[in-house]
Design a protein around this ligand. Structure first.
Ligand code: GLN
Length: 342
């Protein structure tokens, strides 16, 4: 056989092997066994990681047991794959932010989100006051504290109760069940809310807060104190993966054409000053919270949620980040191709 035809044959064989592998582990056709193996493997691999610390600027968060760890995948067709802790209720914290941003998109339209809050990442910590002074949009984006407080203030409501009911109803609908506020968390945060109060007042000063500052602060703090478990969080993410329709209740929460914009903000700002690092290593839009939750979305397919309280310096769950990166790598679902860098 001439060498060029040998090359062709080899090339042909190689491409068959590559496409078979793609069929086996590609996002198009992941089997239930592969999903379950991915969550089991990530749980086993990282359950004994002993790095990071619980958030302590909200005193009660230091009490969350650091060994609890849960990993859940929820798919667009309404299936759940669970490893570890899926019942313990932790406070949603900043993972709530994209869902209230979604509410602004649904009620006020995506243009208002962009014009009255902003969509640029700050490259600074989630509670940065400096970012408000540095950037013209002030609030910068709905996933940092400033933008999230501005988002609740932007909801049209006659009273504080109505404002809260809108926020609470929406997050409950994303989870597919009636969620409750963890009152101890609310009290613990609201008693120590000086930094966020400064943020709300600064925004008001610059004309970028749209209600009474203390009202916005209370509703925002209550939003962050909503209790969820790992399973709820996966379902919330799966609703975004399913173009804005909760796959478990069939309730539509966001127009399908607005979902890509929301996921884009999660991709650029979901991990605050660690967003570049996150996209580099995981390649998925995601959102973290200081309660220990993370949700990542594989658009059009499924969501991965994790819960583990110990955080790194940027306020992101150490085990959770590792587990999601590992699953994204194993299943080959990074948006820009399979990421290999954990
Ligand atoms: N409620 C917290 C705060 O405003 C949320 C922060 C977070 O989860 N990153 O500081």
């Amino acid at each position: 056989m001439k060498s060029h035809s040998l090359h062709k044959l080899l090339g042909f064989t190689v491409s068959i092997v590559i496409s078979l592998t793609a069929v086996a582990v590609g996002a198009r056709d992941i089997t239930p066994e592969q999903y379950q193996a991915a969550v089991d493997e990530a749980f086993e691999k990282y359950k004994d990681v002993d790095e990071g610390n619980n958030a302590d600027y909200i005193p009660i968060l230091t009490k969350t047991p650091g060994d609890l760890f849960g990993v859940v995948i929820a798919t667009r067709d309404g299936k759940l794959y669970i490893a570890g802790e899926d019942k313990y209720e932790f406070s949603i914290q900043s993972v709530s932010k994209p869902f209230t941003a979604s509410l602004i998109m649904a009620r006020n339209g995506p243009r208002e989100l962009r014009e009255k809050i902003g969509v640029e990442p700050t490259g600074l910590p989630f509670n940065s006051r400096l970012a408000i002074e540095l950037y013209d949009s002030r609030s910068q984006n709905p996933l940092v504290n400033a933008g999230a407080i501005a988002a609740v203030s932007l909801l049209e409501a006659e009273s504080e109760e109505e404002r809260w009911n809108l926020v609470h109803r929406n997050i409950s609908d994303y989870a597919g069940r009636e969620l409750s506020v963890i009152e101890e968390v609310y009290k613990s945060e609201y008693e120590n809310v000086w930094g966020n109060r400064a943020i709300a007042n600064l925004l008001k000063n610059y004309g970028r807060l749209y209600s009474d500052p203390e009202e916005a602060l209370r509703v925002y703090t209550r939003q962050c104190s909503i209790g969820i478990n790992t399973r709820d969080l996966a379902i919330m993410g799966a609703t975004l993966a399913n173009e804005g329709v909760n796959p478990f209740t069939s309730k539509k929460l966001l127009d399908r054409e607005d979902v890509p914009e929301l996921l884009a903000i999660m991709a650029t700002a979901g991990f605050y000053d660690e967003s570049g690092e996150w996209m580099y290593s995981a390649g998925l839009p995601a959102k973290t919270g200081v309660g220990g939750g993370i949700v990542a979305v594989v658009p059009g397919k499924f969501a991965i949620a994790t819960f583990s309280a110990p955080l790194n310096e940027a306020g992101n769950s150490v085990r959770g980040m590792r587990a999601i990166r590992h699953i994204a790598g194993t299943l080959g679902v990074g948006l820009y191709g399979p990421n290999t860098e954990e």
